[in-house]
Design a binder for this molecule. Structure first.
Ligand code: SAM
Length: 400
């Protein structure tokens, strides 16, 4: 491990932080499966040592029994993702580090080994989760590492300024308090994305010398559980689309093909579209008899659109309704991404200021235009609590 994390990964094992009953992602089953250490220790250690995410809490703790719950709400992230985010963080001995999303406490323990437990503060929103993490850290000898129960979006001002901030839950907005609490030149690493798609990318932001903004490239795609307050309630289809069909929706066609538009779970094209089409989410429907609808729902009004791909046809049918023409916005953003040479995640970046978050391509001056009607707010928080956004139906990749 060129980044110097090997001793920490040896001294602070993941197994010390996992509960007896856990739900690792099983690749062959394509879902989380229950594993009990007492009933099947070999399976438990096998998963604990594998590069898979392991769910440790369902439904904000409102869950009993061994069957997986509805929504995973705390987990131990994939070790490869933990490692790559820590490598992005570029910590040095003695750095003061703020972690958001303590979860099991494993990442906090790794940080403590590297910079000293007195230099790490970790914030976890769920009281039961933070208590379990405190206990695990104590057992490993990190009893004075501060685990704060609270909303990590606020950071933790009493111990600021920090040299490094790392979030292990996904954000849509609200990073500025961390910018304010980080020293100039300090680094913030956080999974960030839009409501358009489940796919996120790790933002690696460097705080400006005047301390009033932070900017940097995305490093790689990730797929984290959202900040509690930034989960998206799945749009209720029947609230948008009339029961009798497409109603008075405007009809048109597009030459965008299903194969180029829906490439998979961690598709950069969906990430790129989401950067330019705020307040919209998309849900690819199941394919039946060679027909695949993809739905688009406005999140701040009741605009909707659907594109219907059919096998063997050169054009797809489009219906659009409401104040916005969501497919037109999405197609323009998608074509733009193609025209730019289909840039990957690492060519995009983000600048965060007190009142804006500004996505860009290649350099901060090359700001992305949003396709949205002028005057509308972008990247709003849609709801408090509620469900995870709809999952893309292709692929199974998860990292948190
Ligand atoms: C993927 S888990 C974190 C994994 C963890 N770093 C570890 O090493 O096990 C994400 C965690 O973020 C927490 N979380 C969600 N919203 C939060 C918020 N607003 N503030 C702090 N923690 C939050 C969740 O409760 C969950 O425990």
């Amino acid at each position: 491990m060129a980044s110097g994390w090997a001793p920490a990964f040896t001294a602070v094992p993941r197994t010390a932080f996992l509960p007896d009953l856990m739900w690792p992602h099983d690749a062959s089953a394509g879902r989380a499966v229950a594993v009990d250490k007492n009933a099947d220790p070999a399976a438990w250690y096998g998963y604990a040592d594998s590069d898979v995410p392991i769910v440790t809490q369902w439904d904000d703790g409102n869950h009993t029994g061994t069957e997986p719950g509805k929504n995973f709400t705390s987990s131990s992230s994939m070790p490869s993702v933990v490692f790559s985010m820590l490598a992005d963080l570029d910590v040095r001995a003695g750095h003061r580090v703020l972690e958001i999303g303590t979860g099991t406490g494993w990442n906090a323990g790794l940080l403590a080994h590297r910079v000293g437990e007195e230099n790490v503060v970790s914030v976890e929103v769920d009281p039961a989760v933070s208590e379990a993490a405190r206990a695990a850290l104590r057992r490993l000898g990190y009893g004075s590492l501060r685990v704060i129960t609270g909303d990590g979006l606020l950071g933790h001002p009493p111990r600021a300024p920090y040299d490094r901030v790392i979030a292990t839950c996904g954000l849509r907005s609200g990073l500025y308090p961390w910018v304010e609490q980080t020293a100039p030149g300090g680094i913030i690493v956080a999974p960030w994305g839009t409501y358009y798609t489940y796919t996120e990318a790790t933002a690696r932001l460097v705080v400006a010398e005047d301390g009033r903004s932070a900017s940097g490239h995305f490093t790689r795609p990730v797929n984290f559980m959202r900040m509690r307050s930034q989960r998206l309630v799945r749009p209720e289809h029947s609230h948008y689309v009339p029961a009798q069909g497409t109603g008075d929706a405007e009809k048109s066609t597009t030459t965008v093909s299903e194969a180029e538009f829906l490439t998979g779970d961690l598709g950069v094209e969906a990430f790129a579209v989401g950067l330019q089409v705020p307040d919209c989410t998309h849900v690819p429907d199941r394919k039946q008899a060679g027909r695949r609808p993809v739905w688009f729902y406005g999140l701040t009004d009741m605009s909707w659109a659907v594109v219907i791909f059919r096998d063997g046809r050169d054009t797809a049918t489009v219906y659009q309704s409401g104040r916005r023409r969501l497919w037109d916005e999405v197609e323009a953003a998608f074509r733009w991404w193609q025209d730019q040479g289909r840039p990957g995640f690492h060519r995009f970046g983000l600048t965060v200021t007190a009142d804006r978050q500004i996505p860009w391509l290649d350099a901060p001056a090359n700001v992305l235009e949003t396709q949205k009607t002028p005057g509308e707010q972008g990247f709003s928080v849609v709801s408090e609590g509620g469900l995870e956004p709809p999952r893309p139906i292709k692929g199974t990749s998860t990292s948190s």
